[in-house]
Write a protein that binds this ligand. Structure first.
Ligand code: CDP
Length: 232
């Protein structure tokens, strides 16, 4: 499959396990994995740290001009860390303070143009798995494989609660549930590139699948797509 590299776009609601399958695929296929949500989170972190009023377009544009985002491969975790102006911000971007503000920030047109332009550049050579909310609809509308992930809301809340509890034992299940519900609502009702399933995206419900099961299923789809690319 090496000569037939494709673009894999994974979209879906918060905490559906998009990044888990995306990382599995990237490792198996030798592709780059890009967590587009980490970019919106890093921009939000910058806005919070610098007191940027995100309702003011001039302030937003001035702030974006000072933001440099990059992904740096980490040998230990075998995945990429996001750097904000040369600082590794992989941990602070997962903080609840960022989670609370990221959806309003990601709804801003100028913020989206800034992030999407970089994301499109990252896909030029193909061989990439990117997850987010608008990857199959806006960033890579021609992606060879598009997946729209769904999972039972209660399963999603517990998955995210366990993840966050590991670094913040004060977090409550209610806080996590409220944050996921609010983000899903803002992400799917915003004017700019709202979250929705692309007409040609395959639905993947992983509520009761093991990691191995979901990987096997998706690898089957990748093989089909890479093969049909080779013969077309
Ligand atoms: O918490 P989770 O991993 O589900 O979300 P994330 O992928 O880290 O994304 C955080 C937030 O960034 C989302 O709730 C969206 O508001 C925004 N986002 C977006 O608007 N477009 C994307 N392509 C990716 C994320």
């Amino acid at each position: 499959m090496a000569g037939n590299k494709i673009i894999i776009a994974i979209d879906g609601y918060s905490s559906c396990g998009k990044s888990t399958i995306a990382k599995q695929l990237a490792a198996r296929l030798g592709y780059n994995y890009i967590d587009s949500g980490a970019m919106y989170r890093a921009i939000t972190l910058y806005f919070l740290r610098n007191g940027v009023n995100y309702n003011n377009t001039d302030e937003v544009l001035a702030a974006l001009a000072d933001i440099n985002l990059s992904f740096v491969f980490n040998e230990t975790s075998q995945s990429s860390d996001i750097h904000l102006n040369d600082e590794d911000v992989s941990l602070p971007i997962r903080d609840m303070l960022v989670s609370e503000k990221v959806s309003p920030v990601a709804a801003i047109r100028e913020v989206r143009s800034f992030a999407v332009a970089q994301q499109k550049r990252m896909g030029r050579k193909k061989g990439i798995v990117m997850d987010g909310r608008d990857i199959g609809t806006v960033v890579f509308p021609d992606a060879e494989l598009k997946i729209f992930m769904v999972a039972d809301p209660a399963v999603r809340v517990m998955r995210r609660f366990k993840e966050m509890y590991a670094t913040n034992p004060h977090i409550t299940i209610d806080e996590v549930r409220h944050n996921l519900e609010l983000r899903d609502y803002i992400d799917s009702t915003r004017e700019e590139s709202p979250l929705h399933r692309a007409a040609d995206a395959i639905l993947l419900d992983n509520s009761s699948m093991t990691r191995d099961e979901q990987l096997d299923k998706v690898i089957g789809w990748v093989k089909e797509r890479a093969l049909s690319k080779a013969v077309s």
